[in-house]
Design a protein around this ligand. Structure first.
Ligand SMILES: NC(=O)c1ccc[n+]([C@@H]2O[C@H](COP(=O)([O-])OP(=O)(O)OC[C@H]3O[C@@H](n4cnc5c(N)ncnc54)[C@H](OP(=O)(O)O)[C@@H]3O)[C@@H](O)[C@H]2O)c1
Length: 163
């Protein structure tokens, strides 16, 4: 089973400012929904707080170091490893959906990265890590919107056709 990261970044690799995503781009969230529906989302507690609810059509696993955290409609795990193990048990496609802390830890575990680049530079304080050389872009789709954006799928080098 594949573990994927899914993120949207600006040209200067910003993914967030405080708890917010500092842009509104028509169509970009629909793309996220299309890719992730039916799957399991693993997200950090701060990202969950910024969304405020489980997203429909997907299982949400929230990662927190707080063993007492209970969230309606979500599963909670106290480590990323535990969250991934649980997601494997569920058996649906696995998406690590942010934020910055989870992406940094998830990069080593990921087989794929769904990365949308919003073609603007914005001010922010949470960044997507540089995509390591171990990954190669296997597809690219360009979209025109109020801010244009490009979606790329990266796979581990050597596994481009294996999945
Ligand atoms: N542009 C995008 O695609 C995108 C996607 C998602 C999020 N975002 C943005 O990213 C920002 C949030 O990112 P962030 O880096 O501040 O926080 P985050 O990664 O969403 O969450 C961090 C929290 O996750 C928990 N955590 C992290 N690693 C853990 C581990 N190994 N074991 C157990 N718990 C762990 C901790 O929760 P506790 O403090 O509860 O212990 C930690 O405080 C927001 O601005 C959000 O809007 C952007």
């Amino acid at each position: 089973m594949i573990v994927a990261l899914i993120a949207a970044q600006s040209e200067n690799r910003v993914i967030g400012k405080g708890l917010d995503i500092p842009w509104k781009v028509k169509g970009e969230q629909a793309l996220f929904k299309k890719i992730t529906t039916g799957g399991t989302l693993i997200m950090g507690r701060k990202t969950y707080d910024s969304i405020g609810r489980p997203l429909p059509g997907r299982t949400t696993i929230v990662v927190s170091r707080n063993p007492e955290l209970v969230l309606d409609g979500c599963e909670v795990c106290t480590s990323l490893d535990a969250a991934i193990k649980r997601a494997f048990q569920i058996g649906a496609p696995i998406f690590i959906a942010g934020g910055g802390e989870l992406y940094r830890q998830g990069l080593d575990l990921a087989d794929e990265i769904h990365l949308t680049t919003i073609h603007t530079n914005v001010d922010g304080d949470i960044f997507f890590p540089e995509v390591p050389d171990a990954f190669v872009a296997v597809s690219e789709e360009k979209y025109q919107s109020n801010i244009d954006y490009t979606y790329r799928l990266f796979r581990k080098r050597g596994e481009e056709n294996a999945i």
